[in-house]
Every structure is written in structure tokens, then in C-alpha cells.
Design a protein around this ligand. Sequence first.
Ligand code: 28F
Length: 635
Amino acid sequence: MATEYTAKDIQVLEGLDPVRKRPGMYIGGVGSAGLHHLVWEIVDNSIDEAMNGHASEISVTLHKDGSSITVSDNGRGIPIDKHPKHKKTALEIIFSTLHAGGKFGGDNYKTSGGLHGVGASVVNALSTKLVARVKRGGAEWTLEFKRGEAQGALKKTGAARGSGTTVFFSPDPTIFPRTEFDPAIIRERLEIASFLHRGVKIRFVDEARGTDETFQHESGILDYLKKIVGERGEKAVHEAPFTLLKENGAKIEVAFQWTEATDEHVRSYVNGIPTGSGGTHEIGLRSAVGKAVRNFVDTHNLTPRGVTLTADDIREGFACILSVYVSDPQFQGQTKDRLNNPEVQTYVDNAVRPALEQWLNSNRTVAEQIVARIVLSARAREASRAASAAVSRKTATSGRLTLPGKLSDCSSSARERTELFIVEGDSAGGSAKQGRDREIQAVLPLRGKVLNTESVPLAKVLENKELADLVVAMGCGVGKDFALDRLRYARVILLADADSDGHHITTLLLTFFYRHMPELLKEGKVFVGVPPLYRIDVGKETHWAVDDADKARILKELGKDESKVEITRFKGLGEMMPKVLWETTLSPRSRRLLRVEISDALQTDRIIADLMGKDPSARFQFIMEHAEEAGDIDV
Ligand code: 28F
């Protein structure tokens, strides 16, 4: 049982003026992240109370105005006794001075909002109004503040059963340009908090949108692991995940399992704060897992002949939730989401390694399933390297590039001016070959459906002639063999019909690039051409519309309705005369291109993974959403 703290335990540091002068120093900034830090700070005080075993329920209400919040917990209630020296109640001190309360240091860990324990007083300073209500000792006490200034003394506002703390606050619009909270951000953080603090009931009421959700997970991070493995549609290669809870200078909780996914997926937290950029806790984890697995494989001589296992093979498909609590976390980096404490690496390594070795030895079947998974990724890696080398060897041996016959290359070798059009279908390929600028534009027609490469090992992918030819034409290798500086063109432009088949082809190609040449997308080298869907002839004038909305807009601009003009709908690129194709889709001066960008890797990963199961053209929009009008390219 933690010692009972009272007002005397608070060392008062200073007033709140500096906070309003330079809020960025205390909450990192006054944008959305800074605004939401206010919520995390108050919520974390409730979570602390729960972590110390005194609160079981926390509720967060976003009020109708969307800009004010109430957080409450059923803990002991902030003490209201008077500080012997400062003659103020603990409650008032906690909200009106930057202080080091009993919660810092000591045996319990100060979980803290994004910026590590700035305390409720900062929230108070940056709020036009804050009302703190404490139920304790059979009564309810209320204290109101405006911009950090107490409005009168603590008042007894009635009798009350039970105990707890409630805080209402509305951020100051003279500090925050935007004070509207984003319910999705709050919801996600509360759900994660319910995973990290097993059993605590966390309720989120959004009064503006009428939603009321409660999160509670008795199995804590195990439930969280199940959620992230489930939502990405991966299958686990062994039933029971590995779990560990240990305190050895740091409190460590970890749950992981191997899945059939091809990437590693670790989500780590320090004192409840997400550490998206990793840090020493993750380094310790990876070192422990690598050593324990390798030790098991070597002891039981499980490596097949001719296969070498690398750390990457062990990490492939590895899904993990790691949550550590340390008393003095040091964070680094712009977004302060990387843990720096060197000692934590040792703590985690020394906690996980022996426990995992023990677990593998006492669960032989599971251990062998895991080793099989690792061997599979080693074989796939070696096969893909061989296949990719074979493809590039095919080009390298003859000295001259043995390009696929279907490729109509451009004549210029000034790569930064050249572009490769990947065109769906032979007829479209024909018009593109004729309509293009031969000096700088190459055309590679693709026949029919491209292989769906989602979760297909690269070796298998390269057995598909279309894709193997594409890899050769691009010249940059593929998979682990990829080298962007070998790309033979400045950009790759996908040209498919504006119908669902066309969208499907484009999606399949983007999936291939995303899974096997991700850097190509990350470097913004891939574009989607936007051919016209309608030709609108008004007298001598011709207008082109890319979709129905565009058509309506043009007709409105012309002040004509459909009956007064001649409208042709293009069935596909192949139907367009080469000159028209040049004018509307190929010419750098008049065409429209969409640059494909990965704006949110995790979301894209989920969408691409989901994509192949459902009707892709319906999902195609998701990819287009990531593509922004590429008016900015110097074509
Ligand atoms: C809605 C926000 O802030 N809950 C909190 C407590 C409980 C105690 C406490 C908090 C005493 C002097 C450090 C009560 N009884 N929810 C909250 N619940 N702070 S904040 O004490 C603060 C310490 O400074 C508490 C006995 N010990 C601690």
C-alpha cells in the first residue's frame, strides 16, 4: 500500500505565469497535439490513482461545444487538508502551482500525458475555466479557477457518498488557435489506456455526437495483441502468445506472437505514453528475442542445411505489445516519442530472454511452429534474392539491357527527363506508343490482370511474366535487391481505363510496388494518369471531363445543359485517337497526374491488406485519397 500522501508532501515550486507566456515549453506546442495533451494530463492523474489501486472507473466527457471536457474518477479524491506552510489546501496547490507532488519519484510511477508530468496546474493555467470537484470524507468540495487563478476559497458544496475527483476544463482560445477536440484521438488513447491498465473501466461520452463507449480489458495487453493481429487479418502461427509481467528496476509488461504477416509490428509504451520511434526498451526486447530464439534453434539443431537465419527472419511476422514503467523516463527527438534510458535496455533484455528461453523449452510444439515460421522467411528471403538477382542478371549478363519485347523505350538517356507509362491492354498500349513523345516517354503495355501479390513471397511473384518484365523495364531490382538509383526513368505513370477493371489493375500494381518496392512510392516516383471519361463538344470547342462531377462543372461553366452539346463517353484508352490521348493524358503540358503518396504507413498497410478481399474499385478511392493533385511537378 503506497504511503498516504497529504498536503505536506507537496514541494511548491512556482506560480503559473511562465506557462501562459510560453505554453510550448510545457505542452510541446499549441496545435492539436498540445491541445490534446491537456486531456492526457488530467486523464493520467486518474490513471495514476487507478494504478495505485484506488480508482476502478474513469470517465471522460466531451461536451456539446466540442471544446470542453470533464474527466472523473472514483479514487480517493485529491486531499483538501491545508499545507502546513503555505496555508493552502493540497487541492489548490496542485492546480495553482507548478509543483512536485508526492506523485513524482517514490514507489509509484508518474504516468504522464505526452509531456511527462507537467501536472494538472498547466492545464489550469491554459484554460479559461477549470472546476475541480472532490468527494471525500462524506462531503463534496468545489474549487473554480479562471486561467489558473482560484475564484474564491474551496467551498463545501454538499454531502456526498464515496470518493473521487472530477475536473472540468475548457482550453483558452487566446492560447490555442483551435480548441475543438478530435473525438477519434481521445477515443483511441482511452482504448489503449484500457489495454495498458488491465481491468480499469474507462468510459468516453461524446455529447456532441451522442456516443457513449466503455473500454475495459481484464486481459490487458493480451487483448491488445489480439486486436492488432486480428485487425490486420494476419493468422498467428502459434495459438498462445508469450506474455510476461516483471519488475526489475522497471515495470515490464510484454505480449507477443509470430504471425503470417511479412512485416514486424511492435507497439511500445513508456508510462502509458506511445513511443512510436522506439528506443532502448525495444532494443532490449529485440535483443532478448533474437538471442533466445537463436539459442533454442542452436541447442536443438533446428536450422535446415543450407539456410542461414538472420535477425530479420526472426522479426518477420513478429507482433508485440511492450509496456514499461520507469520512474525517470528520458525521451528524445522532436516528437519526444523515443525512449533514451540506457538502463532500460538491460532491464528488458534480462527480463525477457530467460523467460522466453524457458517458455520455448517448455512449449516444444509452439517453439517448433515459431522456428518453422522463421525458417520459411529465411527461405523466402533467399529465394527472392535469387529471383531478383536472376532477373537483374538477365539484364546484366548481356551488358546491354535485354529489355522485354513489349517495351517501346524512349530514345533519350537523360533519365531525369524520361518517364515510363505502364498501360493497360494492347490497344491502349498501341495508341500510347503512337501518341507519345518518343524522346522522353517509354510505354510498357500490360496484358490483362496483374498477379495479386498481396502476401505472396517475391520468388512466386517473379514467376509472373508481366511483373518480371516490369521489373526488368524499370531496372531498379525488387525486394531486398531494390536500388532506387538504378531506376531507368524519372517517374512511373500508371495508365488504366477509368472503369472498375482499370482501377483494379492500378490497385494491383500499387500493391506490388507497396509490398516489393516501397521506396519507389515513398520517394514519390509513382503517378496515376487521369484519362478523360467524356468529350464535350460545343460548336468548335472541345472540353474533356475526367468524371461525372467534372462534366457537370464544365456544363455549368458553359451554361449549357446536356441536350445542347455533343457528349462522347470513352469506353477506354484504346478507343482514343493517339492525338487525343497525347493532348489529354500524355502531354506534360496538358495532362493530369496524381502522385501516389503514403501519408500514413499504418493505415495504408491496413487498407492494402484489406484491399484484396473486397471489391477493389470501391476501395480504390482510398488510394486516390492519398494521391494529391500533382500540380507541383516540373514536367
Ligand atoms: C479527474 C482527474 O486528478 N485524480 C486524482 C488523487 C488522489 C490523491 C492525490 C490525486 C497528495 C499531495 C501529491 C488522495 N489521498 N483525477 C485526478 N486523485 N492526487 S489526483 O494526491 C496528490 C498527492 O500531492 C491522493 C491520498 N493520497 C493521494
